[in-house]
Write a protein that binds this ligand. Structure first.
Ligand code: 5GP
Length: 192
């Protein structure tokens, strides 16, 4: 990898497509990649840790950050607020390679922010092998009830229309293949 050039790496796609799993594999393979910690107003799940998985904040605290213009992007996702602090822009400019696991609307806004601040970035949209498979993955995850799976499937159908806003669209069938492909784009071994 280019040692001193910072890069924002956006990994987006519908809920359940496997963004988190792909990112975990990327970070295991490449030690110089770091994951951005987002702000969220949702309640922590199971063994999630404040400051590691998310900065868990109240809706009031989140709204204050919006009013103070502290977010590079924010979005209301499946009923909760999520946002990325602007400090990531400086971190990328100082040479860090930062991964963003982010919903589609937020990713589109982050792309706008990166463009307007001349921040170096690359963006990926992950697709499920099929909509049936996406539904299966959401159900197997065990974190969503039936209603929540339905909401996420409805959102997914709309989100797929935005895939053209991203540099690359990849079908996330086998984690190993998707990870290899993303790494080859990041390291510049493969042309668009
Ligand atoms: P979860 O609640 O399952 O952790 O995340 C729900 C959704 O919010 C996922 O699609 C995730 O990618 C997205 N998300 C996580 N962090 C951010 C963020 O900082 N900004 C936006 N816009 N979406 C985020």
């Amino acid at each position: 990898m280019h040692e001193n050039i910072g890069l924002g790496i956006i990994i987006s796609g519908p809920s359940g497509v496997g963004k988190g799993t792909v990112i975990k594999a990327l970070i295991e393979k490449e030690a110089d990649l770091a994951l951005s910690t987002s702000y969220s107003t949702r309640a922590p799940r199971g063994n999630e840790v404040n400051g590691t998985d998310y900065f868990f904040v109240s809706v009031d605290a989140f709204n204050k950050k919006i009013a103070n213009n502290e977010f590079a992007e924010w979005a209301l996702v499946h009923g909760n607020f999520y946002g990325t602090d602007k400090s990531v822009l400086e971190n990328i400019k100082s040479g860090k390679k930062i991964i963003f696991e982010i919903d589609v609307q937020g990713a589109k806004n982050l792309i706008k922010t990166f463009n307007s601040t001349q921040t170096n970035y690359i963006s990926f949209f992950l697709l499920p092998p099929s909509m049936k498979e996406l539904e299966q993955r959401l159900e197997n995850r065990g974190t969503e009830n039936k209603k929540s799976v339905e909401i996420r499937m409805d959102n997914a159908k709309k989100e797929l229309e935005d895939s053209s806003c991203f540099n690359y669209t990849l079908v996330n069938d086998k984690i190993e293949d998707t990870t290899k492909e993303i790494l080859s784009f990041i390291t510049g071994k493969k042309e668009k």
